[in-house]
Design a protein around this ligand. Structure first.
Ligand code: NAG
Ligand code: NAG
Ligand code: NAG
Length: 190
């Protein structure tokens, strides 16, 4: 009897409690969320932010962790692999309000043309998206004006997300290789 009451209490708590700002929930709550999927409506959310890729300076947020023999002689830096924890901000300035971080890695995968393989999580830290993530996996032809990359999933408020990120470089220092990139993200989620 006591055990049943506890279970009922627990499950009603789970039902009543909305997700706390994208904080990871237990398997029971995730199961509950999936069981209600048919009643949920898909919505489209647009996100806009600036990505700061700082490879120079004494405190870089993106560091080269691997390269091939020959990468430095390659015109496309073929084989270079960079791990990043890059700030995402509201505006293009470095001191602009922080809304999240891009954590992941990119590799130079084009032998003849500049093409980066981007594999990163956009980890949001502000407002209703705080604690939620979007996962991006795509080709970044960094010299093109616009690069379209798929959003392949998400967590928190972005569970089962799919969408498109459009990246445009707004600042690039050819000496330091630091860059600021504008991101527009359109995402479908529940
Ligand atoms: C690295 O490349 C140089 C020439 O580019 C070559 O002489 C050398 O043998 C290579 N080393 C390895 C380990 O492949
Ligand atoms: C985001 O969530 C974390 C963890 O719950 C919390 O510590 C932090 O204060 C929150 N940030 C904002 C801006 O709400
Ligand atoms: C570009 O980077 C170089 C080397 O770090 C630095 O001296 C220069 O001031 C930078 N230029 C701009 C416009 O930020």
């Amino acid at each position: 009897m006591g055990k049943i009451t506890i279970i009922l209490l627990l499950s009603s708590t789970i039902i009543a409690m909305p997700m706390v700002m994208g904080m990871a929930e237990g398997p029971k709550a995730v199961e509950e969320w999936f069981s209600k999927l048919r009643q949920k409506k898909e919505k489209v959310t647009r996100l806009h932010f600036f990505f700061h890729d700082t490879v120079s300076s004494t405190n870089p947020t993106a560091v080269t962790v691997a390269q091939a023999n020959g990468t430095s002689k390659s015109p496309t830096l073929f084989g270079e692999t960079v791990v990043m924890d890059d700030p995402l901000t509201v505006g293009p300035e470095h001191n602009s309000k922080l809304v999240g971080r891009a954590q992941g890695l990119y590799s130079s995968v084009g032998l003849e043309n500049i093409a980066l393989l981007m594999t990163m999580n956009l980890v949001f830290t502000e407002g209703k998206y705080n604690g939620s993530t979007l996962s991006l996996l795509g080709k970044n032809a960094a010299l093109q004006m616009y690069r379209e990359m798929p959003i392949v999933g998400g967590t928190g408020v972005f569970r089962l997300a799919r969408g498109i990120a459009t990246a445009k470089t707004v600042f690039f220092n050819a000496t330091s290789l630091d860059a600021v990139v504008e991101y527009n993200v359109m995402v479908i989620h529940y």
